[in-house]
Unconditional design. Structure first.
Lengths: 130, 250
């Protein structure tokens, strides 16, 4: 059973390998897109590495909800609708969507997800000890 | 040897162009897994034939339309080999007929095998190749995608789809140093083209500047080049290998 520190370290390694960033850049508050420069192909790479590192399965869209953000059911005029926000909250209980909800521009979504969010996501999928 | 220490998966590897690709890659040192559908005898005979080749060959059965089965084969290969360097999507069928008389099944079988099969195996190797930050995918297209023949709407559509898949996937995977290209053969001496060559062979030869049909080994040579490090700066391309057939004109 990993500790929270061990979870962070494995995620840090996965992000360093996937994004080619330095270890010291991967801080809990760092955003994947804004601070670490992740693009769409990087998200897929990150999911693959997390699956291998933690021996878990991450269904596509569970960590990075591209399907919601590209669905006209949930997005209008470049903004996520109330319906879309409700879907996002359900899909991403590990992320804080309060700031994003105030002005839910799809293009800004990438700046939402932080390394700490990813840690919470993985902690929700594996048993951790403190 | 260009492929010493490398590994390759070849769909449709028991016959025709796929068979020639398996032989070429194994003789150049690659460990090869050939995927066959129903011709177990042909697959096993090829494995036996290549027993003393520099690269080891194994035959695995699958219907290439089955995405889950693709992962069931590829994931353990990745575990065992540690890397998957080359994928050749050569599995393909024809179910010719004029569109107005074509059944939904004829249409579906060809699209799902020729195009869907490439999707299945590209999907399955994406994770291994991305983890390794390298790989080469070579898809078998056809000059039929661009130069129309009557009675092959389904086949032409499937190969046109292969061209589109090749370009789009090349763009997606380039940031991970994975190249994706296609070879578009013209008229090649295989079982698949036997009927057409029998009916209109002489007429077709007249239209080919090199005045002959191609051999599977000649296509395999181009596939091997695209799969190799010699083509390190080549991605997203569809190379016509057709004796000049597509030149048209006089």
């Amino acid at each position: 059973m990993p500790t929270k520190d061990e979870v962070f370290q494995k995620i840090q390694t996965a992000l360093v390998d996937a994004l080619g960033v330095d270890e010291e850049d991967v801080k809990p508050e760092a955003t994947l897109v804004g601070d670490l420069g992740a693009e769409s192909i990087d998200f897929l790479d990150i999911v693959f590495r997390l699956e291998k590192a933690f021996d878990i399965k991450i269904p596509r869209g569970e960590l990075f909800p591209e399907d919601i953000l590209t669905d006209s059911k949930y997005v209008q005029d470049g903004k996520v609708t109330e319906h879309g926000l409700s879907e996002l909250r359900q899909r991403m209980p590990f992320a804080n969507l309060d700031e994003f909800s105030k002005n839910p521009v799809v293009q800004d979504f990438g700046n939402l997800l932080t390394v700490a969010d990813m840690c919470r996501f993985v902690e929700g999928k594996v048993e951790v000890t403190d | 040897m260009r492929f010493e220490g490398k590994t390759a998966v070849v769909t449709g590897g028991s016959r025709g162009i796929g068979r020639a690709c398996v032989a070429r890659l194994a003789n150049e040192g690659a460990q090869v897994a050939l995927i066959y559908h129903s011709n177990q005898q042909a697959a096993e005979s090829l494995v036996a034939e290549l027993q003393s080749a520099p690269g080891k060959v194994r035959a695995l059965q699958a219907d290439v339309r089955d995405l889950q089965r693709a992962h069931q084969l590829i994931d353990p290969l990745f575990e065992e080999w540690g890397h998957i360097d080359v994928l050749v999507n050569s599995a393909g069928i024809v179910r010719d007929g004029l569109l107005g008389a074509m059944t939904a099944e004829q249409w579906r079988e060809v699209i799902e095998t020729n195009l869907g099969g490439a999707f299945s195996y590209c999907h399955a190797v994406t994770q291994p190749m991305m983890m390794m930050r390298r790989g080469s995918i070579v898809n078998l297209s056809s000059t039929s995608a661009e130069f129309a023949s009557r009675g092959q709407v389904n086949y032409a559509a499937s190969k046109g789809g292969i061209d589109g898949l090749t370009r789009a996937l090349a763009k997606e995977l380039a940031p991970r140093n994975i190249r994706v290209n296609a070879v578009a053969p013209g008229m090649i001496e295989t079982d698949m083209s036997q009927v057409v060559r029998g009916i209109a062979g002489d007429q077709i030869k007249k239209a080919i500047p090199l005045k002959r049909f191609g051999k599977p080994e000649e296509i395999a040579a181009v596939v091997a080049f695209l799969a190799s490090d010699e083509a390190a700066y080549l991605t997203g391309q569809v190379l016509r290998v057709d004796g000049g057939l597509s030149l048209g004109g006089y």
